[in-house]
Write a protein that binds this ligand. Structure first.
Ligand code: 4NP
Length: 160
């Protein structure tokens, strides 16, 4: 029999925002990129979703795609709505971008032990919430990118 003692299931990480076109697909792309750079991508199952479903099936917002591309990161994800029946058991960690996302997930029955705001992983969090850049200009996306990179590095460190 092959020795399976060192093999384990990938750790499931689901990034969550409101529309799943600006913040959470960017967090997903950054996390995938960093995990690949560190040679640990295979240890994770990574996805993102929105608490709202208005943009389901759409690619990420062009401004998120542009800021990611500036840093050599692709955002292949398509928007989808959070699915309590599949996602609560399907992921180990559900990582909301802001407090409203956190509340919505809790109201859907996500246990507190699986929930942590992404900026809680930032070494020097400028605030506790990633601001929604949807209605603002491109500099909002640069700020969000910077917050997410440091938070995703912290998240990866904490999951090692
Ligand atoms: P996100 O931003 O939650 O970071 O994807 C938003 C995108 C779209 C909408 C709201 C927020 N919207 O209302 O359509």
């Amino acid at each position: 029999m092959p020795d399976q003692t060192n093999r384990s299931e990938p750790t499931g990480v689901l990034f969550v925002c409101l529309g799943n076109i600006c913040r959470s697909p960017l967090a997903e792309g950054i996390f995938i990129h960093l995990a690949r750079e560190r040679g640990v991508l295979g240890r994770f199952s990574i996805d993102s979703c929105g608490t709202g479903g208005w943009h389901a099936g759409e690619p990420a917002d062009p401004r998120s795609i542009a800021v990611a591309a500036k840093h050599g990161i692709e955002l292949p994800s398509r928007a989808r709505k959070f699915d309590p029946a599949a996602d609560i058991d399907g992921f180990d960690w559900l990582i909301p971008m802001d407090r409203q996302n956190h509340r919505d997930l809790r109201d859907h029955g996500v246990p507190e032990r699986k929930l942590k705001l992404i900026l809680d992983f930032h070494p020097q969090p400028p605030t506790r919430e990633v601001p929604d850049p949807y209605y603002g200009g491109p500099d909002g996306f640069d700020k969000v990118y910077q917050m997410l990179v440091r938070s995703c590095e912290g998240l990866l460190d904490s999951l090692r």
